[in-house]
Design a protein around this ligand. Sequence first.
Ligand code: R5P
Length: 313
Amino acid sequence: MLILALPGAGPLAAGLAAQLNCDWSELALHRFPDGEALVRIDKPVRGRCVVLAGSLHHPDEKTLPLLFAADAARELGAAQVGLVAPYLAYMRQDRRFGPGEAVTSRSYARLLSGSLDFLVTVDPHLHRWHSLTDLYPIRTQVVASAPLVGRWLRRHVAQPLVIGPDAESEQWVVEVAAAADAPWTLMNKHRHGDREVVVKMAHRGPWPDCTPVLVDDIVSTGETLLAAVAALREAGLTSPQCIAVHALFDPDALYRLLEAGVSRVVTCDTIPHPTNAIEMAPLLAKAVLATAGAGAGHGDEKPPFVPQPERPL
Ligand code: R5P
């Protein structure tokens, strides 16, 4: 196996390689003056399982180099080509919310699946899609962060009350609460725009002596958590702590949360960020082994790419 780090994902690739006891290398990326990308794989790949590694936040700049690298690995004789993307992009647009809109979750899945044999990710934003297999025809493996988040809560927070800011967070909240052996509740959210979010309490307790802990899969603008913090304060609860899986964070979002009285913000390390406290590499490595192993010996299922002879224009 060879782990190939997408630009900026050296630490993730090194962590996976250490867990899997295999080789890793950076994917070389050159940007031409007009912005086009040239990628180069500096290690032999013939007969190997090549695993591209990198989170897909800011996906537009990463996706073409990723597809070019996957195609290059295949053309150079890789036995199979997979992707470990701890954060998988374009999952939130899971229906046509307005007339004429693209359902990007479906298009993005089609794009990646055309070049990959397998995909491993952490807690993709599954809401209207029930499973990654609804979208991705390739082998996929989802790593759940809830057991690790629950363990973190048991070790660091006395009497947590796990609170989801919206109905979509129920799947994570229920599992985290079970893993932490804690009570849970959900709030009601209405999003009217990227930065216009209203969150209200759906239940009022009583939750005596509990430490409120907001749990969500993604923090991006921070507006969801900020609105939830305001509603909790209005209901008379003490300052909450916040835990998120994917730290997309706008530049000022963390500062605004702390300003709003949040006592601690913790995330999984699916996207590098100062709040990362929960390490996913061991579970990701296990998932890679299971998923790549399921494809071993089936390298002939997909016909090898045959380069066409060059033709003059
Ligand atoms: C949406 O349903 C997600 O679960 C998150 O609640 C959302 O993406 C958070 O975004 P923001 O931080 O921009 O409010």
